[in-house]
Design a protein around this ligand. Sequence first.
Ligand SMILES: *Cc1c(COP(=O)(O)O)cnc(C)c1O
Length: 495
Amino acid sequence: MRDVKRASSPRSAPMEMSPTSFREVGHELVDRIADLLAAMPAGPVTPGEMPADVRRALGQSSLPKDGRDANALLRETADLLAQHSLFNGHPRFLGFITSSAAPIGALADLLAASVNPNLGGWLLSPMASEIEAQSIRWIAELIGYPSDCGGILVSGGNVANFVGFWAARRAKGGDLVRTDGAAAVAGLRVYASSATHTWLEKIADLSGLGTRAIHSIPVDPSERLDAGALRSAIEEDLGRGLQPFMVVGSAGTVSTGAIDPLADIASICREFDLWFHIDGAYGAPAAAMDNPPADLRSIREADSVAVDPHKWLYAPLEAGAVLVRDNAVLRDTFSYHPPYYPDKVPDDESGVMYYELGPQNSRGFRALKVWLGLKQVGREGYRQMITEDVRLARVLFDEAQSNPELEAVTHNLSITTFRYVPEGLPPSDAADEDYLNDLNRRLLVALQQGGEVFLSNAVLDDRYLLRACVVNFRTSEEDIRAIPEIVVRVGRGLR
Ligand SMILES: *Cc1c(COP(=O)(O)O)cnc(C)c1O
């Protein structure tokens, strides 16, 4: 450490806090957060308020002219959030794919923001950039991907998948796409199952390819991409003079957690020289289990993989990650150094420049919460938590199956779908199906506002289903076993 002396004549800016007052205010805030976490499991998942209630609580004043004391402000703000928030850290929050946040991640964010490195360039973030690079390698190790891959942390699964898409387009579409736009390479086609998350439509549109560039492949009854149909689609498009460039496989679909036949997709991609991208935003960390679904072993064959640390690695929002087998492709996608021009100094001498590997320029230190999570519990901790989440989803499926008023529909990874079917109503003819869809839709709204348990929904073969996704290290077996009674009770009330 260099010893730099500086004459002290501190300016007193309105925003500054003295170390003494920071310590005081910070300690009190940490105490309040600890109280909030302690009280959370006994309270409702959500107060279930309407927007008007929340706006009223916030107040609608105009921009304050003068400032206020930080301690009072944080006290009031902590109360405001404690009283008017949905808590995805609650043991009975099982909605969407949103995890409980690791407490160490909250502390990491405080530390990260306090040092405030800018991870656009190595010079501005020496240790932080190295921590991000190590996090990328560790995530790769965790999911069985080559750890000498390139990669970058981004805001979430959508952007992680966008980066995979852009890399594919760059690698397979060539320089012309960069200089003349997508239209210059006519007929680019991307293949993905009909159960793929909507990020693909968004990026096909926003990248100028248009959503018709997506060739949607049917799924089998278990929601997995039909590999035979994929091959036929590629052959048919080639016959029409189109240019297939990319196939997306899901390692855990957003709706039901289905895993595409990734090994088959990998071999089709090799055969036709296509970029193989895996959307593992939700499910890729399941590869860390002792006996993961066989197809997760093919993660290692992908050209790029999206993983969401803010889902099954329990990092607080926001943290997405994309891993790209060949770091040079990632750099070539985002950097304006021509590819034939060797880097002046390689990464291991100059440090990685993240502005060259992704869409952002200035970048925050989201790596710290991911890295500290990986260090706090290690591979073994994640293996244990993920395995338990999967087991609990299975328990819910079995509970639903043995309950005469519930119909269990799917269980994959840690997602279970089921629905309420009142007694004396054979779920057979179409009128009954319409009735059941409407009933379950209303049931979900009532559950989501009731605060006892938070579920979301899936639609499968035109059936509206309740859906629980356990990416929650706080959920216990008791929480899971309580769900059927709650659902049936609220369901009966709606009949
Ligand atoms: C959640 C999810 C996404 C989107 O990720 P965000 O972090 O919400 O942006 C994409 N694909 C799959 C399979 C997902 O589960």
